[in-house]
Design a protein. Sequence first.
Length: 256
Amino acid sequence: MCILFFAYKVHPKYDFIFLGNRDEFTNRPTLNSHFWDTYPNILAGIDLEKGGTWAGVTKEGRVAFLTNYRDPSLPSTAPLSRGFLTRDFLIQGGSPLSYLENIQTNQSKYNGFNLIVGTLNDLWFYSNIENEIRPIKPGLYGLSNALLNTPWFKVDRGKKRLAALLDTDFTVEQLFDILDDTEVPPDGKLPKTGVPLEMERLLSTIHIDSPAYGTRSKTVILMTNKGELQFYEKALEPKGNWALATYQFNVHMEHP
């Protein structure tokens, strides 16, 4: 994913409210989110070019989300695909912390990334840029292609819009509306990540739209404090329509 927002244990009904956009080249082959044949407890999309995933959940309540870190000055020749960071956590058992400690040991094998993994009771963040494993405490978070809660215009904008819904009887469509946001900041509020100005403008919106690169899918996940999970995905079809898929199930909650 290239931007995501989540509210963790701050809502009376939903312990986890997640929304995120996957931005990718339009010609990159992809399977939309589904329960995998080889691991039927995993609900996630599949990047057919490398075999990993950008976001997913399991019937046991494990969650994993990934964004790339944007800095063209960094080396980009690491041997392993970042999509395996999320995929392997969903497949494997064990604690999130132990998993991230192993990733930290091998962090140079991946290009720059931000990774969120865990369960409702044990959620963690790790980036190989800052190289610090951090527990996620209750609160409201945004993540794009810098570190967690870096105040980029679109990150702050999405967080504010999500925060405004938390005290209301919000709908799933209102969450998707945040992911549809195309507000472009003035140039003075653009991040300086080392790409050309035109590219910074293109990448500065929550929803990105261009012929060759842009938002390919939008995901909303709601998990109640009773372990009921709702998963919604809008995926861009070749003719430009957005196909909605929904999944609902009760998770068998994992504990630390």
